[in-house]
Design a protein around this ligand. Structure first.
Ligand code: SAM
Ligand code: SF4
Length: 355
């Protein structure tokens, strides 16, 4: 047992992957691990050992506020894409966003994630005003933004207004694969430039990708792991691609929950300090995957505190859970599931712990 574990960790040493990078990645040790379920329990066990060493049994809750479902982009996989006329579009007002934060704060949440499509209505001025209102009201919270690609000056303005973190998945580090998931005007290189700028400004930065997107093979996954390794992000969000009938990828099947869980454990082993969410798309496809993700290295959950009235319209993919629940019920249920799984939901900002 120990020998297998030892050799597995040797295999996971990124230098090995670097060395095989020039050759055939399909034969790299990491590819073998990715393609087999043989090591799954060993990976989860090792990931849990590492997460407990760095983060103890703590799980951080982030209040997710989906404040606009308008988007100027047309990503082939996403239900918010501008060409989708099958969703009802909405925007929250600043007052509504603040009211979500108030509810969340009373429930013990100390991070608010403002997520949305790339919506030109929300000018830099409006975004900065929302950030500074939240930070003015609550001194002990972190504000995370997830609003896509912006100019560097905009990123800087949000940071100065008080934003602490920024989530921008690279989606695919491979330019050729990225081009198969996005229209011509969106480029992998631009995405990476944004991530670099965000890091340089001083944000805690989150990258990541969907697992099982069309045309993604083991080589593409390894390219993402290698890219993330060089970026050294504070947060990494991965979740299965969920097929959406209202998109050009309607006929592709959704990604694998098992592979996502395996990758989560691999990420924990490769990035001991990272904040790793058990993402919504993961437990949308399999509700038990939440506990399995926690037991395999995840240490963040993002309860949705968007007003019930609009929650169902933020439809990246079908099957979204908890659209009928009040924020209080969602949070209470998550806290008890976390505790039943052997972890502890803590009321803290939950900053990254670099070791
Ligand atoms: N517009 C911003 C952006 O693209 O970064 C933030 C919002 S976007 C909806 C957040 C994430 O949702 C994306 O990074 C993408 O990985 C994920 N997503 C979009 N469509 C999805 C789908 N069909 N299945 C799973 N995840 C999806
Ligand atoms: Fe817009 Fe983000 Fe969806 Fe792309 S993934 S269509 S940028 S909301």
């Amino acid at each position: 047992m120990m020998r297998v574990k030892h050799s597995l960790l040797q295999d996971l040493n990124f230098n090995d992957v670097e060395m095989t990078a020039g050759g055939n990645l399909k034969d790299s040790p990491l590819a073998v691990i990715l393609l087999s379920d043989k090591y799954d329990s060993l990976l989860a066990e090792e990931a849990d050992r590492i997460r407990r060493e760095v983060y103890s049994d703590e799980v951080y809750l982030r209040g997710l506020i989906e404040f606009t479902n308008y988007c100027k982009n047309d990503c082939y996989y996403c239900g918010l894409r501008k060409s989708n006329s099958n969703i009802t579009r909405y925007r929250l007002t600043e007052e509504e966003i603040i009211s979500c934060c108030k509810t969340g704060y009373e429930l013990g949440l100390r991070t608010f994630v403002l997520q949305g499509g790339e919506d030109p209505y929300f000018t830099d001025e409006k975004i900065c005003s929302i950030i500074s209102s939240i930070k003015g009201l609550y001194k002990d919270v972190a504000v995370t933004l997830s609003i896509g690609e912006k100019e560097n000056e905009s990123y800087l303005a949000y940071y100065k207004a008080g934003a602490d973190r920024y989530l921008l998945r690279e989606e695919s580090a491979s330019p050729s694969h990225y081009a198969l998931l996005h229209p011509e005007n969106l480029k992998a290189e631009r995405r990476k430039e944004c991530l670099k700028a965000l890091k340089e400004i001083g944000y805690q930065v989150g990258g990541g990708f969907m697992v099982g997107t069309p045309y993604q093979g083991v080589e593409e996954i390894i390219a993402d792991l290698k890219y993330l390794y060089s970026l050294s992000p504070d947060m990494i969000g991965i979740g299965p691609f969920v097929s959406n009938p209202d998109t050009p990828f309607a006929h592709f099947k959704s990604g694998s929950v098992e592979l996502t869980l395996r990758l989560l454990s691999i990420l924990r082993i490769l990035f001991p300090h990272a904040l790793l969410p058990a993402t919504t798309s993961l437990w949308t496809l399999d509700s038990n995957a939440l506990e399995r993700a926690l037991k395999g290295g995840a240490n963040v959950i993002m309860p949705n505190i968007t007003p019930k009235r609009v929650r169902d319209n933020y439809r990246l993919y079908p099957g979204k859970k908890n659209t009928e629940k009040e924020a209080a019920q969602t949070v209470a249920e998550l806290v008890s599931r976390i505790s039943a799984a052997g972890y502890r939901a803590v009321s803290s900002k939950g900053d990254v712990r670099r070791i």
